[in-house]
Ligand binder design. Structure first.
Ligand code: NAD
Length: 512
């Protein structure tokens, strides 16, 4: 994978997904590379500090152009037969498979995520999602047509809501783009997406391949730029119909406020602080294994990552010792090496933020059992970290860390466990570890989150929805449920009597 395959973005410019400086076109508008006029931005590989590519950023004026292109393409795409949209998405899934090496090389270089994760999780998950929506595009079902009044036939039309503006984060650039863009396209919407300015490469490749798959020009546009100007211009654009967002809670609320100025619908996938509840009857080895995998995935930069282990008092010491032992075996290193388990954090600045939070934990009662340091050498690496005995009020327990850090607290009884699990503003995901079917049922009912895993933590599947409650946002990605974000429901009510003076008219006026 080292070096990466050359990527042709059109316009005669190429980038390699290695550390070599090269220039890529920054935006993709109306089916072509756009000549934007914003400043140039360097994409940095966080594992090495080397420059991956140089990116021409867009400006708010380019946002107007992209939205205009999406608006112009809307009618044609929205009125295409479902089978036509399905065929484009099915072809896109095939092209993604054929370009797997390109996606993987770009994703690893721009995020520093381990190549094993990109190869076995990010890419196959993304392709499967596209393939799922190729099928789902053909079955936008609704209520049956019927005579709900004796004089009328009622039917439901589910229509594309229009132009979708979407803004995505840097942690899973390809998956987050796919989760937002693909159901929208399947529903007949057209899209303008702004990826995080530090990780745009795979989103640009997705758009290029979508054109190759037969997507009409303008149906998918990618604008690259910073959140404060380009992101804000897109979120607050008067001529989009829906704004969807994945990112932090603070920014999500700003995005919602910008969209609210125009009364536009929003869908927000925001932060998380997932509880990982280990009941006294749990399989301890499975819980230890699950806690390490669930907290370290993507170097902990996962909105559903296990961050708050809440463990039965009788298992507590063994759980802490077990997690510390397994964390100690995790291989940190070059993301391109298939033997690497843990890559760097997204940037040195983010590594410093994580390190700062961990360094303040002991003052708030936490005991750093393992980790708590950045390894020597270049790159934004940080060791897997376990902090036991954290106070309920401590920063590491309450705030999203977004790093390879697991906190642990003990609980006394099941009521206390569930109280602690829900003691957070977030509600994205949670897990309960137990061999007792009644405990499992109670936990799945009472934990306040968009997803509750039983005896596992992390797996996702295209057929099932993803999305949170509370400060984790609202609305769904993935599955048929995501169509609710991209379709309007229109009731068509047809008179079937043909009479001039309808019965109900007499309520309004009578001919005397
Ligand atoms: P972020 O909120 O800083 O940025 C997300 C996106 O918003 C980026 O594209 C950014 O450029 C843009 N942005 C920033 N300011 C903006 C503004 N004023 N107006 C419009 N757009 C703006 O998030 P991040 O640091 O990129 O990602 C990490 C966060 O994402 C974490 O909080 C994580 O939990 C969350 N996340 C949530 C999910 C989910 O499904 N719930 C999935 C992945 C990540």
């Amino acid at each position: 994978m080292e070096g990466g395959a050359p990527v042709d973005y059109g316009g005669g410019m190429t980038a390699t997904a290695s550390d070599k400086t090269s220039t890529v076109a920054g935006s993709w508008i109306n089916g072509a590379v756009a000549q934007t006029t914003g400043p140039t931005h360097q994409l940095v590989n966080p594992a090495t500090g080397g420059v991956v590519a140089e990116l021409a950023l867009a400006t708010p004026a380019d946002v107007d152009t992209a939205v205009g292109a999406a608006r112009a393409a809307l009618r044609g795409w929205a009125t295409a037969a479902p089978v036509e949209r399905s065929a484009v998405l099915a072809k896109l899934a095939e092209l993604m498979e054929a370009n797997a090496e390109v996606f993987i090389a770009e994703e690893v270089s721009q995020t520093g995520k381990p190549v094993r994760l990109a190869t076995e999780f990010d890419l196959p998950g993304s392709i499967d999602n596209v393939a799922f929506f190729a099928g789902a595009a053909r079955r936008l079902e609704g209520k049956a047509s019927a005579e709900y009044s004796a004089d009328h036939t009622s039917s439901i039309r589910r229509e594309a809501v229009g132009v979708v503006a979407t803004i995505t984060p840097w942690n899973y650039p390809l998956q987050m783009a796919v989760w937002k863009v693909i159901p929208a396209l399947a529903a007949g919407c057209t899209v303008v997406i702004k990826p995080a300015e530090i990780t745009p490469l795979t989103t640009l490749t997705l758009a290029r391949l979508a054109k190759e798959a037969g997507l009409p020009d303008g149906a998918l546009n990618v604008i690259t730029g910073a959140g404060a100007d380009v992101g804000a211009a897109l979120a607050g654009h008067p001529d989009v119909d829906v704004v969807t967002f994945t990112g932090s809670t603070a920014v999500g609320r700003r995005v919602m406020a910008a969209a609210a100025v125009h009364g536009h619908r929003t869908q927000l996938e925001l932060g998380g602080k997932a509880p990982f509840v280990v009941f006294s009857d749990a399989d301890l080895d499975a819980a230890v294994q699950g806690a390490v995998a669930g907290s370290l995935i993507n170097t902990g930069q996962d909105c559903t990552a296990a961050t708050r282990a809440i463990v039965a008092r009788e298992l507590y010491d063994d759980f802490v010792a077990g997690v510390a032992e397994v964390m100690g075996k995790v291989v940190i290193g070059d993301p391109h090496d298939p033997d690497t388990d843990l890559g760097p954090l997204i940037s040195a600045a983010h590594r410093d933020k994580v390190a700062g939070m961990v360094s303040r934990a002991p003052d708030q009662g936490g005991r750093v059992v393992t980790g708590g340091r950045a390894p020597e050498g270049p790159g934004a690496f940080y060791a897997p970290t376990l902090i036991a005995d954290v106070a309920e009020t401590s920063e590491v327990y309450r705030e999203e860390i977004f790093g390879p850090v697991l906190t642990v607290r003990a609980f006394t009884d099941d009521d206390d466990a569930l109280r602690q699990a829900n003691d957070t503003q977030y509600g994205l995901a949670a897990s309960a570890w137990t061999r007792d079917v009644y405990r499992a049922q109670r936990a799945s009912r009472e934990i306040n989150a968009g997803c509750v895993w039983i005896n596992d933590h992390i797996p996702i599947i295209s057929e099932m929805p993803h999305g949170g409650v509370g400060a984790s946002g609202f609305g769904k990605d993935m599955s048929d449920y995501s169509f609710e974000e991209y379709l309007t429901i229109k009731h068509v009510m047809s008179d079937i009597t043909g009479v001039v003076e309808k019965d109900w008219h007499r309520t309004i006026f009578t001919k005397r």
